[in-house]
Design a protein around this ligand. Sequence first.
Ligand code: G3P
Length: 226
Amino acid sequence: MKSNNDTPIVILNFKTYLESTGKSALKLANALQKVANETGINMMAAPQHMDIYPVANNVDIPVLTQHIDPIESGGHTGSVLLECAYSAGAQGSLINHSEKRMKLADIDYLVKRTADIGMFNVLCTNNIETSIAAASLNPDFIAVEPPELIGSGIPVSQAEPEVVERTVEEVKRINPQTKVLCGAGISTGDDMKAALELGSEGVLLASGIIMAQNPEKALIDLISKI
Ligand code: G3P
């Protein structure tokens, strides 16, 4: 089995599409598992919270939660507790996704708490400057995603290559252990190839695979040029 650190990495964020919810989440996770087994590429799934348990029980690939709330156990109705995500089978967590932004102090808290409990963290950033700030928090991964390209079908690796390249450069200068991923608009083999050529160690993506007619085929295409 792959370690969480083997690169290149493909993390599929299931977001809240119906096409990646419930039974469809299981189907998508199985497609990731199958392509990971057949190609040896490190594939990970980030389903919605209520799908973590069934997905994690059906696949061997790492499962991430899309968000955790910066709370301790106790009276926080409706919140997502780190320990709950962990016991449901999440091995890692996205933190501060552009669609779920957080305060700096809460991000810092969650980077530390995930590490304490033995989960890996993927800290999302929106540009070079926030990536520089994020690097000082010592996350396992930084995933840079220009918000305006998210869900656009226009790949960051081709539309804003300098954002990826400079994020890698700056993050590695501050914290060489932190791995850099990029995302937004990534869907094809050319997009992924360009992302890796810019120095990123993988991609965080969603709609290009989830909304594809055949997600398994789309995943194979995604990694076909690396
Ligand atoms: O977390 C992945 C993401 O925000 C990119 O979304 O749909 O542009 O691949 P998408």
